[in-house]
Design a protein. Structure first.
Length: 348
């Protein structure tokens, strides 16, 4: 009976549906900070060239031109993309089988399967949003015994790019403007582009409204005459524009994890200053799973070979015990190409 029920559930259609499920609109880390990308491999690989070009030198007429030396270093990082995913057993299977034995069709089973497919995709995208947050927080993507898997990917972010505010911004006397200007100088000194935006929590941004340096800057008062009152959001923005500081995007996503708790991908106290071109900085890379290789092989493949990278969903059944299951799978992780063109600051 199970074979008959599953006969019309097509792997091609299931995976077309899975690929159509969008990343949640508020998942800014995998949508725009380190955008998703599929690669036709099970490995990530980054190449980075550090090149120093000295200025040319003048010479006297008829004198030989100086032979210059090249100072270049190429850094290649590679490793395996770790697997992730989950499996669901179809609930209410006994009732579905009973209804089918009385003449019902497989529509209820199909509906349950497709609900689970959407949930699988959501769960994988949620885990990767957390992974990007982990990497951006401390420069490392770390798995410590997660389902038996221990991984540490150290992107090599310099300590200068992960500063702590001189005075916690929860203290109105903290010079938040001077802190940001100093962090921008760290980027400029390394030849990095100016940051195009700041991503931070609602709480961290709200601290600027009562910050003394912002209030003095807005009202044009010296430090001995700090105005009272809280600035409006547009007044905070006016101060930032005056100092050519990048616009702020509030990111307050919380993701449920096992145990019933919600976890922030980025802690509330972090202040991310990000480069203008994410594609040249980092990506969330999806590779090719073993499941997708099976589905794309043979004379009548369920998916085309070029569609193998990314999230894939499989389904099946067992008869001891009688169960129908679906499984969502991916191999994926965030990868940072250039580790020194952003700032992740701890501000309180």
């Amino acid at each position: 009976m199970l074979e008959t029920l599953l006969r019309d559930i097509n792997a091609t259609e299931i995976n077309a549906f899975a690929r159509a499920v969008q990343t949640p609109a508020d998942y800014a880390l995998t949508l725009s900070v380190m955008p998703e990308k599929t690669i036709n491999s099970v490995k990530f690989r980054t190449k980075r060239t550090e090149r120093r070009v000295n200025a040319a030198q003048y010479r006297a007429f008829d004198a030989q031109t100086k032979v210059a030396t090249r100072e270049a270093k190429r850094i290649v990082t590679e490793g395996m993309l770790p697997p992730l995913g989950q499996k669901y057993l179809v609930g209410e299977l006994e009732q579905i089988l009973l209804d089918t034995s009385r003449g019902a069709d497989a529509s209820e089973l199909v509906e349950l399967l497709y609900q689970d497919v959407a949930a699988h995709v959501q769960s994988i995208k949620s885990r990767l949003e957390l992974a990007v947050g982990d990497l951006l927080t401390d420069g490392k993507f770390t798995l410590a015994g997660e389902n038996g898997l221990t991984v540490e990917y150290d992107a090599g972010v310099p300590s200068a790019n992960m500063p702590t505010a001189a005075t916690a911004w929860t203290n109105p006397a903290a010079d938040a403007i001077a802190d940001e200007m100093a962090w921008i100088e760290v980027l400029r000194a390394s030849g990095a582009p100016l940051p195009s935006r700041v991503v931070t929590s609602y709480k961290a941004r709200a601290l600027l409204a009562a910050n003394d340096s912002y209030r003095r800057a807005f009202y044009g008062q010296p430090s001995a005459q700090t105005p009272t009152g809280v600035l409006a959001p547009n007044e905070v923005d006016a101060v930032r524009a005056r100092y050519n500081l990048p616009p702020i995007e509030v990111y307050d996503v919380q993701i449920p994890v096992d145990g019933g708790t919600n976890v922030r991908p980025i802690p509330e106290d972090r202040w991310l200053m990000l480069p203008p071109n994410p594609q040249q900085w980092g990506e969330t890379q999806y590779g090719v799973t073993a499941e997708s290789l099976v589905l794309s092989s043979g004379g009548n493949p369920a998916i085309e070979r070029q569609e193998a990278p990314g999230i894939v969903v499989t389904h099946g059944y067992t008869d001891d015990p009688v169960q129908v299951w679906t499984k969502g799978a991916a191999v994926a992780m965030p990868v940072l190409y250039v580790p020194d063109i952003h700032i992740t600051a701890k501000v309180f």
